[in-house]
Design a protein around this ligand. Structure first.
Ligand code: ATP
Length: 319
């Protein structure tokens, strides 16, 4: 293989830069040209591509975001758009492509592989919503960002004797709320995967107060319900002042954690290794602390399982 392209696509995630760096450095180490594609599939369609050298990825391992930029490309969803992309790949002599992104980006990569381009996907999404892998790049950093926010919110909640609802990202996946909630000692965790009773949340608040607790943290995954309406309801039932913090895009940024940098570095190098072996239409994951790879379509068909044991543990530990 003479030339490999690399792009980031979909939502950005801390650690994507470390993955790009690993692809570039291990590619060059193996005498392969690495072409950086800007703004995801849009850059592929428009030929926004530059060869990368060793120093083009210097000083990025610790930075959040993605130096290649990212995008959601409507044009790539069309047959015509993908034809343009395939033509650009041919013109630039790119035989293999590393796509760093989430399930949508992988679906796109699968289509390119059917058209003869060797593709490897690396899971880069803060949501941890890809079922075939235990962890995705960016998730650990986001959990730590949320944890840091919880600590700060807890300080002020305690001073005022308030309850706090902290709304976090994750779309249909409650992992961010679950992991940050367990690590942050949240009293209640509300996620899309599990039904919840408002009475149970209120009962916990009242019980906590009666044993002298001055603060309460309620983790809420986005999309489960309106955080402000929930806060009002809790306040009406319990009489405890309840504030809402929607963490928003702060969860996407920041320096990647050591875990994410290591995960990204291993996955980036493994992607190059797989392409050198001629493998295609695969995605890389981490299962039981071991790097693994799997067919893209099979990986996308794996159903995400919510960690019910961990959820049950949060209930026990927050009595
Ligand atoms: P995140 O989980 O962070 O949202 P993602 O990769 O799932 O990341 P999407 O917006 O779903 O993000 O997908 C990124 C891009 O991949 C889309 O803008 C589109 O160009 C391409 N894509 C998504 N789904 C398909 C599909 N079914 N066929 C072809 N291309 C697709």
């Amino acid at each position: 293989m003479k030339a490999i392209g690399v792009l980031t696509s979909g939502g950005d995630a801390p650690g994507m830069n470390a993955a790009i760096r690993a692809v570039v450095r291990s590619g060059i180490y193996n005498n392969i040209k690495i072409m950086g594609i800007q703004r995801g599939y849009n850059g592929l369609i428009n030929g926004d591509i530059k060869e990368m050298d060793l120093s083009s990825v210097a000083d990025i391992i610790h930075r959040g975001g993605t130096m290649l930029k990212t995008a959601r490309s409507e044009e790539f969803r069309t047959e015509e758009g993908r034809k343009k992309a395939l033509n650009v790949l041919k013109v630039f002599g790119i035989e293999g492509l590393v796509v760093i992104g989430g399930d949508g980006s992988f679906a796109g990569a699968g289509m390119l592989s059917e058209a003869g381009i060797k593709t490897i996907g690396i899971p880069g999404t803060i949501d941890n919503d890809l079922a075939y892998t235990d962890y995705t790049i960016g998730f650990d950093t986001t959990v730590n960002t949320v944890l840091d926010a919880i600590s700060k919110i807890r300080d002020t909640s305690t001073s005022h004797g308030r309850a706090s609802i902290v709304e976090v990202m994750g779309r249909h996946c409650g992992d961010i709320a679950l992991y940050a909630g367990l690590a942050g000692g949240a009293e209640s965790i509300i996620v899309p995967e599990e039904s919840f009773e408002i009475d149970e949340v209120c009962k916990k608040l009242i019980q906590g107060r009666s044993r002298g607790k001055l603060h309460s943290i309620i983790m809420l995954s986005e999309g489960v319900g309106n955080a402000f309406e929930l806060g009002k309801e809790i306040e009406d039932v319990t009489g405890i002042e309840t504030k809402v913090t929607v963490l928003g895009h702060i969860q996407r940024g920041g320096n990647p954690s050591a875990f994410d940098r290591i995960l990204a570095s291993k996955m980036g190098a493994y992607a190059v290794e797989l392409l050198m072996k001629g493998q295609s239409s695969s995605v890389i994951g981490m299962k039981h602390n071991q790097l693994m790879d799997m067919d893209i379509h099979e990986a996308l068909a794996v159903e995400k399982k919510f960690d019910k044991d961990m959820y049950a543990l949060t209930k026990i530990l927050s009595i």
